[in-house]
Design a protein around this ligand. Structure first.
Ligand SMILES: NC(=O)c1ccc[n+]([C@@H]2O[C@H](COP(=O)([O-])OP(=O)(O)OC[C@H]3O[C@@H](n4cnc5c(N)ncnc54)[C@H](OP(=O)(O)O)[C@@H]3O)[C@@H](O)[C@H]2O)c1
Length: 200
């Protein structure tokens, strides 16, 4: 089983950690303030989730990044090359309190993001549902909640697709980043915030 790190311990980082914990999967959770500040949060998440530094989280086989868009660059700066490891982009290019879309120069936010994680195989996922739907039971509606993902590297996508399935979601591969990431991007794409459930 691949090791998992999480950079960003806010609403989405914690929701992802909760989904992992519910399925007995381990992860290292990190934020900007250091592991001490996460003591209570990891205690509430159960024994599989540990607090760590940003560098420790970034060294795992799979690294999910969930940081406010304007801080993503700082959260990733100075880290070693990802050397083929998988980085999940769970971010959207907009943030409270102004909710003004970031200027991306016409690119998908995941394409901008990919430029900040040299050597990484980027998969876009876990960015299109509200935190409670990421952490909650995906089977709760009598079917399986849909989780979209996209990326340019087929084996990386297959690994994240398998993780999504293991968490109980019904994963749908939206293709390459240039296509799929735009479909789920908030704002702009048609798919974010849709709570879709696959029956049967
Ligand atoms: N909330 C949603 O409904 C939602 C849904 C889907 C996707 N998203 C996306 O997910 C991302 C995170 O959103 P959120 O709502 O989870 O934000 P949030 O609750 O404000 O949490 C942001 C996290 O980023 C961490 N962080 C900031 N700067 C950092 C740095 N330099 N190094 C390491 N960690 C750093 C913060 O740590 P400290 O507190 O220690 O600074 C905090 O744990 C955003 O891009 C957002 O667009 C959000």
């Amino acid at each position: 089983m691949s090791s998992i790190g999480i950079i960003g311990a806010g609403q989405i980082g914690r929701a992802f950690a909760m989904a992992l914990a519910r399925n007995g999967i381990g992860a290292t959770l990190s934020n900007s303030r250091g592991p001490e500040s996460l003591k209570e949060i990891v205690a509430s998440l159960g024994p599989t989730i540990k607090a760590g530094t940003r560098e420790e989280a970034a060294a795992k086989d799979i690294v999910l990044v969930a940081v406010n868009w304007s801080k993503v660059s700082a959260a990733l700066s100075g880290l070693p090359d990802f050397a083929g490891r998988i980085v999940i982009d769970a971010n959207n290019p907009i943030e409270a309190p102004l909710f003004r879309p970031a200027d991306l120069g016409g690119r998908a936010s995941s394409e901008v993001f990919a430029g900040m994680v040299p050597g990484a195989r980027v998969v876009k996922a876990f960015n299109h549902l509200q935190p409670a739907l990421v952490s909650g039971d995906p089977r709760a509606e009598g079917g399986r909640r849909v989780m979209f993902y996209s990326g340019d590297d087929a084996p990386a996508k297959a690994e994240i697709g398998a993780l999504i399935g293991r968490l109980g979601f019904f994963g749908i591969d939206l293709g390459a980043l240039a296509v799929g990431a735009r479909l789920v991007q908030f704002p702009g794409g048609p798919l974010p915030a849709l709570n879709l459930v696959r029956f049967g």
